[in-house]
Ligand binder design. Structure first.
Ligand code: LMR
Length: 400
């Protein structure tokens, strides 16, 4: 029955890891997927996560019953507080409904499915470029995906003019996907003043903002600092969707823990929206897994554990910033042609190098360096030990 099934291509991001795993070279380096590595090149489980897990294991009253369809109540409350701020009027007014979902992707998908069923406008504008999975998530949920201008390859910065023009010509009510911070793949974020321009445009056209917040704490090292864009939009009293992921900032990648928050105009609407979210979730995966959300809730509700988390998070963010400096200096030392200052200007986990597909292929073939074909490298996968190898490869790629 399936003899004619065609072989599908690997995922553009996760497929990089598949190719990396097959390479026997001892110098191989995986800078594809955005996953944090230590200076030793090893995956990191945060200390505070280990502590929380220990507490959970020792608590014999804990059982493995099903969670409610919308997930762990504590986790949902604390997640909304983390992104919106403890003093958020939207929280105090019960205008926010939050449901636990399967990390960032699951939160985006549940939000998209809800929109496809209950929202009048079916077009969503996503930045060009954006995380490769965005188009698929929204298209498969039944929305029409269009792009707005975002990145300017000439300045290697934000094309704010193009962005505002594209939002201005979007149909009234269209959905707009925004990266809350640390834009993936470019590492280019609007300034606060530009965010304010974007907010005004979105509100004046009655567009619906949908934030993807996958890196809270990773852009500036501050959890509050990285939530400023979202808080500006929620602060004006308008509606807003937010998908949160704990994959990066708590290192809980494989636990698949995230949340979707929808900020509504009244508490009554929020509770009706919540009732409909249950109808979206139940036939998809019934209810979410318990372990990851319990870890997050344990950390967020304990003052000491929370503080410890912020320190570990800052240490990860700082190490990435140090790698940016090292790589920039290493290219300078080699006299590599071109302006590489974007490496230290861009923020978050990634550098959008400007290397083209051919150069990327060359680096993989000759230097066993694995990265996405758009020239994005995960700075979190670099270490002091591997920077020279990468700098050699980039130098060779742009000079041969
Ligand atoms: C990435 O962009 O590398 C991460 O968000 C991981 C993923 O799921 O693609």
């Amino acid at each position: 029955a399936f003899a004619n099934v065609a072989r599908a291509p690997e995922d553009p991001i996760l497929g990089v890891t598949v190719a990396y795993n097959k390479d026997p070279s001892p110098v191989k380096l995986n800078l594809g997927v955005g996953a944090y590595r230590t200076e030793e090149g090893k995956p990191l489980v945060l200390n505070v996560v280990r502590k929380a897990e220990q507490l959970l294991v020792n608590d014999r009253s804990r059982v493995k019953e099903y969670l409610p369809i919308v997930g762990l109540a504590d986790f949902n409350k604390l997640s909304a507080k983390l992104i919106l701020g403890a003093d958020s009027p939207a929280i105090h007014g019960n205008l926010v409904t939050t449901v636990q979902c399967l990390s960032g992707t699951g939160s985006l998908r549940v939000g998209a499915e809800f929109l496809a069923r209950h929202y009048r406008e079916r077009t969503i504008y996503i930045p060009n470029p954006t995380w490769g999975n965005h188009t698929k998530v929204f298209t498969l949920a039944g929305l029409t995906v269009k792009t707005y201008r975002y990145y300017d390859p000439v300045t290697r910065g934000l094309n704010i003019q193009g962005l505002l023009e594209d939002l201005e010509s979007a149909p009234t009510g269209a959905i707009v996907l925004l990266h809350a911070c640390a834009h993936n793949p470019t590492g280019v974020d609007p300034t606060l003043q530009q965010w304010e321009q974007i907010r005004q445009m979105i509100r004046s056209k009655s567009l619906l903002p949908f934030f993807d917040s996958a890196y809270q704490g990773f852009a500036s090292g501050s959890l509050d600092g990285d939530a400023q864009s979202v808080r500006m939009f929620v602060g004006d009293g308008g509606e807003c969707f937010i998908a949160q992921s704990y994959a990066k900032n708590m290192g809980l990648y494989g636990e698949r823990v995230g949340a979707l928050s929808i900020v509504c105009r009244t508490a009554d609407v929020a509770s009706r929206v919540n009732s409909q979210l249950k109808l979206v979730i139940r036939p998809m995966y019934s209810n979410p897994p318990i372990h990851g959300a319990s870890i997050v809730a344990t950390i967020l509700k304990d003052r000491n554990l929370y503080h410890e988390w912020t320190l570990e998070l800052k240490a990860m963010a700082d190490r990435i910033i140090t790698m940016r400096k090292h790589l920039f200096d290493a290219l300078g030392a080699r006299g590599t042609p071109g302006d590489w200052s974007h490496i230290i200007k861009q923020i978050g986990m990634f550098t959008f190098t400007g290397l083209n597909r051919k150069q990327v292929t060359f680096m993989t073939k000759e230097y066993h360096i694995y990265m996405t074909s758009d020239g994005r490298i995960s700075m979190a996968g670099l270490s002091s030990r591997t920077v020279p190898h990468l700098a050699d490869a980039i130098h060779a790629a742009v000079t041969t």
